[in-house]
Write a protein that binds this ligand. Structure first.
Ligand SMILES: NC(=O)C1=CN([C@@H]2O[C@H](COP(=O)(O)OP(=O)(O)OC[C@H]3O[C@@H](n4cnc5c(N)ncnc54)[C@H](OP(=O)(O)O)[C@@H]3O)[C@@H](O)[C@H]2O)C=CC1
Ligand SMILES: O=C1O[C@H](COP(=O)(O)O)[C@@H](O)[C@H](O)[C@H]1O
Length: 491
């Protein structure tokens, strides 16, 4: 196990917000439990609400106790974590209040981590406040959340505001998918196994599927979601990051910039989905009332908080193409949606069939291997291979079966850490390789903006799909036109 001696100060802006309460405090608890928060480290929790001394700790302890599984809850750990925390209330837009931070940092030379768990519109004000209070020095790090903007223009504005006060090497932009163990495993799978490295190109791979399906609907976030839609909320960041990790060339080492350089090359070579390609390369959907897990659920337009007719998409399927030597002619089919039948994120690599087929012609359709990478849940990898069916009467009949690696069974993993634990841990260590660089965000927006502009000018409404199904039939048709089908229809 890694042991940490890195003492740090963390200042958490927005310490009472949804993200902080649902993700950041539980992640800090797990780091404390794992012995990764050095004893002399301190956390300054900031929000607007005035509270009696001690009230923040009592509230946070109660919340953690309610959130954690009984088997995972250790009250001594909760107390040890809260022993590091001080709470202060102030309005982040009031420049003079940043003297609190100046005092808090006096006589401290350990790295300062600034976590902006607030809306991006105040990142600039926070940067300025910290700057005026002389809190920003070479080893200060700032953590910011997705979404970085609503489009290329607004993402540039946010990035410019950050750049006024922080160097790129100090900025940690979160895409929480990069913190998932199974997503990091893509790098190990691809670059530690020469078996795959040699096959990873258009000579051997016919196509790739990336599915990030969600069972949930809008979860009380209609206002936010209706402005964003699934394209901005999921494709611009999580799905394009997964695509980059599957498609990129081998980085020369594991340093942040080596990996990010390779990802950017992929984003630059994504073929634009121009209006003439939209009918064959893009499907947008919006769910109507249906069922989820056997229970009736409302349609998108009847969700709590819905205030208008809306053409916002809750489902997207895209045939993406990468214009380089490695991937020419290999479509990457991306699919993500809300209110689909199950929560599953998986990547399927479809290998081309053997060049000369000598078995029963009736079984020819079986003759390609598939590598199935399950990101969540049931994290693991399986390789579909063909073997001889056993038995005297079977001749040389083939059968398909998996070589399975289920991570929790194979490695007796006690628990898979949440993405935020890993990401906070990397920030503490000052390692940026799981964070997104400015140019990555901007190249991703460039591709997405163009697509959105074209579909908006086409005036086409999203296709309806019933909640609890795999999206509009047009997504099945998109694959069928290429003589293919989505993986779950194959099995
Ligand atoms: N929630 C989530 O699961 C996710 C959130 N994000 C991103 O994380 C960021 C935070 O989101 P979320 O936690 O949901 O938002 P919330 O609105 O729940 O929390 C924001 C926090 O910041 C505080 N705050 C905002 N403005 C000020 C101010 N001027 N002065 C003092 N305090 C202020 C709020 O206090 P008050 O309540 O008093 O306004 C609140 O504590 C956003 O950028 C969001 O897009 C990203 C991924 C997931
Ligand atoms: O960033 C987001 O991700 C979640 C899905 O994340 P997961 O870790 O549960 O797969 C998504 O529901 C949300 O809309 C989006 O903002």
């Amino acid at each position: 196990m890694e042991i940490n001696n890195t003492v740090f100060d963390l200042v958490l802006f927005g310490a009472l917000g949804d993200l902080a309460q649902r993700k950041l405090w539980p992640a800090l608890y797990q780091l404390e439990r794992a012995g990764l928060l050095a004893a002399e480290s301190r956390i300054l929790a900031l929000a607007r609400e005035e509270m009696e001394p001690g009230a923040f700790a009592t509230r946070t302890a109660k919340r953690l106790e309610a959130q954690l599984d009984a088997s995972d809850l250790d009250r001594n750990t909760v107390q040890a974590l809260l022993g590091k925390v001080e709470y202060q209330a102030f309005d982040f837009s009031e420049a003079e209040r940043y003297s609190v931070l100046k005092q808090w940092r006096e006589q401290r030379s350990v790295p300062l981590i600034v976590y902006m768990a607030t809306q991006p519109s105040i990142y600039g004000l926070i940067g300025e406040g910290l700057h005026e209070a002389q809190c920003i020095v070479a080893d200060t790090r700032v953590v910011v959340e997705k979404p970085i903007g609503h489009d290329l223009r607004s993402s540039r504005e946010i990035n410019d505001q950050l750049a006024r006060y922080f160097n790129e090497s100090q900025i940690f932009r979160i895409d929480h998918y990069l913190g998932k163990e199974t997503v990091q495993n893509l790098i190990a799978l691809r670059f530690a196994n020469n078996l795959f490295a040699a096959q990873w190109n258009q000579n051997h791979i016919s196509h790739v599927e990336i599915t990030v399906a969600e069972r949930v609907g809008i979860e009380g976030r209609w206002g936010y979601f209706d402005e964003a839609g699934q394209m901005r909320d999921m494709v611009q960041n999580h799905l394009l990051q997964l695509l980059c990790l599957i498609a990129m060339d081998p980085p020369s080492d594991l340093s942040a910039d080596s990996i990010r350089d390779e990802k950017v090359k992929i984003l630059k070579t994504l073929r634009a989905i121009t209006p003439d390609l939209m009918a064959t390369h893009l499907v947008r959907g919006q769910y109507t009332a249906g069922t989820s897990d056997g229970n009736p659920v409302p349609g998108y337009l009847e969700e709590e908080g819905a205030v208008r007719e809306s053409c916002t998409e809750t489902f997207v399927a895209i045939k993406a193409e990468i214009e380089n030597w490695r991937w020419v002619g290999v479509p990457f089919y991306l699919r993500t949606g809300k209110r689909l039948p199950e929560k599953v994120s998986q990547i399927i690599i479809h290998f081309k069939p053997a060049p000369h087929y000598i078995f029963d012609p009736d079984q020819k359709h079986l003759a390609h291997n598939k590598l199935i990478i399950r990101l969540q849940p049931d994290e693991g990898i399986s390789l579909e291979v063909l073997t001889k069916d056993q038995g005297l009467d079977k001749g040389m009949r083939l059968r398909q079966g998996p070589l399975q690696l289920n991570f929790s069974k194979a490695f007796d993993t006690a628990r898979i850490p949440d993405a935020y634990e890993r990401l906070l841990w990397e920030v503490i260590k000052g390692n940026q390789y799981l964070f997104v660089r400015r140019d990555e965000v901007e190249f991703a927006w460039r591709w997405v903006d163009r697509l959105i502009a074209d579909w908006e000018s086409s005036g086409e409404a999203p296709r309806r799909y019933v909640a609890g199904t795999w999206g509009p039939v047009a997504s099945i048709a998109m694959m069928a036109r290429d003589g293919r089908s989505w993986y779950e229809e194959d099995v």
